[in-house]
Write a protein that binds this ligand. Sequence first.
Ligand SMILES: Nc1nc(=O)c2c([nH]1)NC[C@@H]1CN(c3ccc(C(=O)N[C@@H](CCC(=O)O)C(=O)O)cc3)C=[N+]21
Length: 298
Amino acid sequence: MPSAQLIDGKAVATDLRAAVAARVGGMYARLGLRPGLAVVLVGEDPASQVYVRNKHKQTEACGMQSFEHRLPADTAQADLLALVARLNADDAVDGILVQLPLPRQIDAQKVIEAIDPAKDVDGFHPINAGRLATGQPALVPCTPLGCLMLLDRTLGAEMAGRHAVVIGRSNIVGKPMAQLLLGRDCTVTIAHSRTRDLAETVHGADIVIAAVGRPEMVRGFWIKPGATVIDVGINRLPPAAAGGKDRLVGDVNFEEAKAVAGHITPVPGGVGPMTIACLLSNTLQAACARRGIDMATL
Ligand SMILES: Nc1nc(=O)c2c([nH]1)NC[C@@H]1CN(c3ccc(C(=O)N[C@@H](CCC(=O)O)C(=O)O)cc3)C=[N+]21
């Protein structure tokens, strides 16, 4: 049985964080400035708390300031908007991330649009989405940016002219991912829950980005032999389904796909660690852009 080469997102993320930390060190040594990242968590979702804790640790580990704001689940929209306004005005804050999903009483789109686009390190503000779509410098959403970095390392210039199929059309992953792949001269298809013959569409792909949020939905026989498979899904299977202990799986059936693909990302240890590393990189980028610093000189 042939076996795909693993794309080690954890290792690439470690390299990226080291590069960010080096520039953060240069910024402090030369200018006495430390980039600051504010993370806002509304409610008590236990999975979200793990991400927030990891982000906090890694932010400090690379020399940036980390500001955490935990609000109760019944927080009023006006109070969250008031906090965002304070963070927009706070010069020590270069990046603002409001963890999604938000509780029902809060309109997430309103909150996203309230964030200063210059501090929008998630890249979810329509200004940044529009800049990405029109090929202008932008803050790019962390998960698709991390996927692109893995593809750059794996395929490089070979991406040009390849057929990429993105499964999922969210504003957070699918749509920005498609824009980034277009920027690498891929021929891009965005597939989704209403796509007919999804298996057949995926089978035409040299590059598959799975971002559907359904555990192990993409089967091995869907994959074209030798294709590059990037699995964005992070699904926690409950103990019963996983045979005793809870287990993290992607949107791709990994065991099946790795027998067919040329390269594949694992879950965990693939796209997830890249997402956090890209958040730190975006925070450094925002800190430099806001202050007119050329990042290459740090
Ligand atoms: N405004 C906003 N921005 C986000 O970027 C955002 C968000 N809201 N809400 C929640 C999702 C989820 N997310 C993850 C990031 C890293 C891992 C990660 O590092 N995962 C590890 C495993 C972690 C584990 O074991 O649970 C891995 O895949 O290897 C997972 C999930 C960012 N999100």
